[in-house]
Design a binder for this molecule. Structure first.
Ligand code: ADP
Ligand code: MG
Length: 611
């Protein structure tokens, strides 16, 4: 493998999950495997003949082999036996005292230091990056919680060295998250970084001035995280299982691990859907099935979120600040994908919170930004005073409907009302696009989300208001709201992520080059939409009143509709236009008769009322 020396890998070495990222000219990029996965569970499984597996495979292994599956090693880094007494009660594997007041993890009779174990995770991250980039990697920036003391930071450095990495810098996780959002470019501002991970909660208050971050205060709970929410669901499930199949029912380690996996899956699903189904096979023909709703989950999650708010209050008090003094709130950690968490934190700080960068990737991305700075790479990301490119949504038939035009000064906002195209449509797909071209396919896709729960109405009736808001940091919030029912959904993205000034220029130039053909393509889409409406109207009328047509008129109309359908398949706008006119004309006998009918009915009606 070629030596590079150039690339410094940014690594988020997490309690639950770890991952790597690297800097490119267009911004930081997460390392993914061939299947697209970036997160590596920080879990090690030791096989009977000494082989070690890392990550997802090891996590799955925990089901059969809880005692030789090692996780949460980060809790032991740089700690003494006395420090970790609390942890010992919940960790299934054995820990013994090591030299110089350290701890050793007992793996199949031999003691391993936490540094060695963390090094195995780091090595896996390094290998993945090497496989993805095709170069050898020897340097890294590794992140740690802001509250880590010297011993813990030193242990993390040692782990890096054992993994064959020169650790160029240890960076605080909240600082990395703020860097990933480019908040170092703010002149002087207070930033709250709310990090709810798998087993830990951290709130950090930072001040950034002139590109330098200062930690004003930290607070949190090293035993509060997604695991607690999983446990809430496990308790609910086991209670109900016992009520149904007998109070004496015992849950062995394998069943407990399976329940944990189901609970976590349900929790994750409930971030995107209103309900999640859990099915547990207890053997002996006993199958327990349960649909958990988001409301039920939120009711059980609420108290844990309240706890995190307590810590936020304390952190603010220590920093001598009030919630209103915080200018930016950054969400970090897998659990901040939970909609209730986002809502409550936004409420607490009284402002929109940042979620645009994947909360479980944002720390690694920030580490990569720091790595890029150390490697002397010029940061060529865009400084926003104006939106460099237009943003909008995909409209029916594949058009680009722009809401905010390029070169609008930020912050800015735009709203537009859309409607449905199918009767009783209950969900609307909102696809966010960026670019100057007229067709969705030629624009850059920034993300998409689904507005669900639109009440059944005929096509064209619902009024769906879509709002685009770009804040001063260039982060785009898109929300959609159906005005009758009030159902709402939203997403946040960073339009400038991964775009260099050159790429923006190229995108704009391309739109000039293609202006004429784009115009024609957009016209074809509009014509097709209109032709669909015409065909639907004709078919509806035929169903209701087809019998009034003479056979020859009917044949002419059928032919015209068939011709129109054929024309719609072409890209020839004039042909569609002509076929549509012909179909309209052929339908005139039908519509004229319908008009007569309507007139007759109203005439009759009037007569009756006159009597
Ligand atoms: P850590 O920083 O502690 O290593 P992460 O930030 O990766 O951990 O967070 C892991 C936690 O996030 C787990 O409890 C996981 O179940 C939870 N999580 C991941 N994705 C989601 C999601 N979509 N909704 C809710 N929780 C999630
Ligand atoms: Mg983390």
């Amino acid at each position: 493998m070629p030596e590079t020396g150039g690339i410094i890998l940014g690594i988020d070495l997490g309690t639950t999950n770890s991952l790597g990222a690297y800097m490119t000219a267009a911004g930081p990029v997460v390392v993914r495997d061939a299947g697209g996965a970036a997160l590596v569970p920080s879990v090690l499984a030791f096989g009977p003949d000494g082989q070690v597996t890392v990550g997802r495979q090891a996590k799955a292994h925990a089901v059969e082999n809880p005692l030789s599956t090692i996780y949460s090693v980060k809790r032991l880094m740089g700690k003494s036996l006395k420090d970790v007494a609390e942890d010992l009660r919940v960790l299934p594997y054995a820990i013994k005292p090591g030299p110089n007041d350290t701890v050793l993890v007992d793996v199949a009779g031999s003691g391993r230091t936490p540094q060695e174990l963390s090094a195995m995770v780091l090595e896996d991250i390094r290998r993945r990056a090497e496989a993805a980039l095709g170069v050898k990697i020897t340097q890294a920036v590794i992140t740690v919680p802001a509250y880590f003391d010297d011993a813990q930071r030193q242990a993390t450095r040692d782990a890096g060295r054992l993994a064959g990495l020169e650790v160029r810098r240890i960076v605080n996780e909240p600082t990395a998250a703020a860097l990933a959002y480019g908040l170092d470019r703010k002149s002087d501002s207070c930033i709250a970084v709310y990090d709810l991970g798998g087993g830990t909660f951290d709130i950090s208050i930072l001040r950034c001035s002139e590109g330098v971050f200062q930690v004003l205060s930290t607070n949190g709970d090293t035993r509060l995280g997604g695991d607690d929410l999983d446990r809430e669901l496990i308790d609910m499930l086991t209670g109900e299982i016992r009520a149904r199949f007998g109070e004496e029912l015992e849950f062995g380690p394998a069943t407990r691990q399976a329940l944990k996996a189901f609970a976590e899956e349900a929790k994750v699903r409930l971030s995107d859907y209103q309900q999640a189904k859990v099915q547990v096979d207890l053997g002996g023909g006993r199958v327990f099935e349960r649909i958990i709703t988001r409301d039920e989950f939120e009711a059980r999650a609420a108290k844990w979120i309240d706890h995190t708010l307590e810590h936020c209050r304390r952190a603010l008090a220590d920093a001598g600040l009030a919630p209103g003094d915080i200018e930016e709130v950054v969400m970090v950690g897998g659990c901040t994908r939970i909609p209730l968490v986002r809502r409550r934190i936004a409420e607490f700080f009284g402002r929109n919170v940042y979620t645009a960068v994947n909360p479980d990737e944002v720390v690694a991305l920030g580490a990569a930004v720091q790595a890029g700075i150390l490697a002397g790479m010029k940061r060529d990301t865009l400084l926003l005073d104006v939106t460099p490119l237009s943003v909008g949504i995909e409209t029916l038939g594949g058009g680009m409907g722009k809401l905010i035009m390029r070169n609008s000064a930020v912050p800015c906002m735009a709203s537009e009302t859309f409607t449905t195209c199918i009767d009783n449509q209950s969900a609307v797909d909102i696809h966010i696009l960026q670019g100057e071209r007229e067709l969705a396919a030629d624009c850059r896709s920034l993300g998409r989300f689904v507005l669900r729960g639109v009440p059944p109405m005929p096509a064209g009736m619902p009024r769906i208001s879509v709002t685009f808001l770009i804040d001063a940091n260039g982060i785009l919030n898109v929300s959609a709201r159906e005005l009758k029912s009030g159902v709402e959904a939203s997403v946040q993205v960073t339009p400038s992520h991964g775009l260099t000034a050159q790429q923006v220029d190229a995108m704009v130039k391309e739109s000039y080059a293609h202006a004429m053909e784009d115009f024609e393509a957009h016209r074809v889409i509009d014509l097709r939409n209109e032709a669909t409406r015409v065909i639907n109207a004709i078919e509806k009328a035929l169903g209701a009143r087809g019998h009034v047509l003479a056979a020859s008129d009917r044949a002419r109309l059928d032919q015209a509709v068939a011709d129109l359908k054929a024309a719609m398949k072409s890209e020839d706008g004039d042909a569609i236009d002509a076929a549509m006119r012909a179909a309209n004309e052929a339908a005139q006998a039908l519509t004229a008769d319908q008009m007569n009918d309507v007139l007759r009915q109203t005439a009759t009606g009037r007569k009756i009322s006159e009597f």
